[in-house]
Unconditional design. Structure first.
Length: 251
């Protein structure tokens, strides 16, 4: 992926990794359109020079509406970053506790990106240097016991990325695989000393995008402990370490 001269849409970029990545890409000379549900944050970001669009990625009709709006205003759009996602703790011994949460996580994290790709792929296939960036997680490869549906949703995104890459001949598919990063994705995560500082994560991601323009996966060093556990042959050990040290694991 070239990291300059693009027109990029990033739904779910009003905070956290999405916003930090949007700012880094803007600073590299890209036109960046940020999507989100909170209009007050979108208004603030418009003042920073971003294009903005309100979008609820859990709502199929709203994705279609927002896509039409984005493509009408930004016909040169050639990069979609399917960033939006949520992470929730679940107790799978209590169906009354986990079912509604699991359905919400899967709708947002799996159906959201699928619907976004469906809304933009026709346009992207006609653009120069088109790219779809999917966002999975280290937890797609090594599970955190308190977030079963999140783990499963990110494993689905990984395999979806692998699969559509085989079908698209003109559209590059790049999978961003974050580790735990200091954001508000989960309660307490912003202050978790074991999580990677947000600025460090985005700086490493941008360096990897620039130095590896043909990369299929963007793997910062911190995530390789999880991502490569099976290849190294220490998967059971990594699962034990992850769930013994994560502050959410025993809640």
């Amino acid at each position: 992926m070239n990291i300059t001269g693009n027109t990029i849409f990033i739904p779910g970029a009003t905070s956290g990794i999405g916003l930090a990545l949007a700012r880094a890409l803007r600073d590299k000379g890209n036109t960046v359109v940020v999507g989100g549900r909170r209009t007050e944050l979108l208004d603030e970001l418009k003042g920073e020079g971003f294009g903005t669009v309100r979008i609820d990625t859990a709502d199929a009709a709203d994705i279609e509406r927002a896509a039409e709006d984005v493509l009408r205003r930004y016909p040169d759009l050639n990069v979609l970053v399917a960033m939006a996602g949520i992470m929730r703790a679940e107790d799978w011994t209590r169906p009354e506790d986990f079912l509604a949460t699991a359905e919400t996580v899967i709708t947002t994290n799996v159906l959201g990106p699928i619907r976004l790709i469906a809304a933009f792929i026709g346009h992207l296939q006609a653009q120069p240097d088109p790219t779809i960036v999917t966002v999975s997680s280290g937890l797609a490869f090594t599970p955190l016991k308190v977030t079963p549906s999140y783990n499963a949703s990110k494993a689905a995104i990984h395999m979806l990325s692998e699969s559509i890459r085989l079908q698209y001949t003109k559209v590059r598919v790049v999978e961003l695989v974050p580790p735990s990063v200091q954001t508000d994705l989960m309660p307490g995560q912003r202050d978790n000393e074991r999580a990677l500082p947000l600025d460090d994560f985005v700086a490493e991601v941008m360096a990897l995008l620039e130095s590896q323009p043909d990369a299929k996966e963007i793997l910062v060093e911190r995530v390789k402990f999880l991502r490569e556990a099976v290849q190294r042959g220490d998967y059971d050990h990594v699962v034990t370490v992850l769930n013994a040290t994560d502050p959410h694991a025993n809640k």
